[in-house]
Design a protein around this ligand. Sequence first.
Ligand code: MAN
Length: 347
Amino acid sequence: MGIFNPGVIEMPNGSILLLVRVAEQPPQVAGQVALPYWQLGVGPNADWQPQEQWTWVDRRVLQRRDDGSVRLSSVSHVRIIEYAADGLTRRGEVARLVPQEPWELFGVEDPRVTDIQGTYYLTYVAVSPWGVCTAWATSSDGLHWQRQGILFPPDNKDVVLFPELRDGRFTALHRPMPSVRWSPPGIWISRSPDIRYWGEHYPVYGGGQTDWQKDRVGVGPPPLRWNGNWLVFYHGSSRAARGEVGTYCAGALVLDGADPRRVIAHTPQPLLGPRESFECSGFVPNVIFPTGCIRRHDRFLLYYGAADTYTAVAELPLEDISAALRPYVLSREEQPTAGCNILDISR
Ligand code: MAN
């Protein structure tokens, strides 16, 4: 169905590894819905159930009528593809990560990789009857991964680790998704002395006041150093009619280097919105979902999923990002719910 939302590693020898999400859908059978899962140790499989018992939430998600439980319409695994140092010339597949744990039964999705002191830390979405968790794995070479279990319990995704420890602590940005909508799902920060036990939770950014990011926001690639502060590329989605997904665009935040809970600057307009045909049509049209980034002198290569179908890359000159950034003027107390319209809390 698609190959998208890539995590990126720049190897010491200069080559680039893309960890891409491969999504598959089972064949449709008339009068039935196909509910895919990964048969552990075997491969992708599906349950077929009577169509009248299920309804579509959107193209990605089905909901059971009697108890409201949900299933995905596709099941994903990760393939690791090696590219030349230009980040564009494909050499070939070098490894795979397929579901193997009970919390990965409905797929592994949206890998992000952070290099921390010479170890690669992979955070990825693990979907199962337990819900949408973020799990993690480590590697010294980007090819062989040791699974480490669940990092954040459901529902939580868009989890990235900072590449540096601060006061001896790991820092993560993540996006909890409570089922009760006090405000649109926003980006939080947490710290850990050992990456296993997390605390010091604090909301960072709730989508600002602009329409393109009013439905939800989530971090893309790991934070990058930016003039002593942190540059964070993220996605924001607009509110959509029921049954539709909305438009996903990429923006950037600058977080305070001394206190990354504080947003210093943001991009009121998207840096990158769907425009090309491969971004505007596909399994989920109008999606730009950044997940990896490497720096090349005066520009970034931003890797992203396009329309939940393709893997794409955009060159962003540093000066264009500088020009798009504006001071973030909301007080810290206002930030978490900045995307929430208090008169419209029905969603
Ligand atoms: C969710 C996830 C992503 C996906 C976007 C857009 O955030 O399922 O993997 O790319 O939606 O559909």
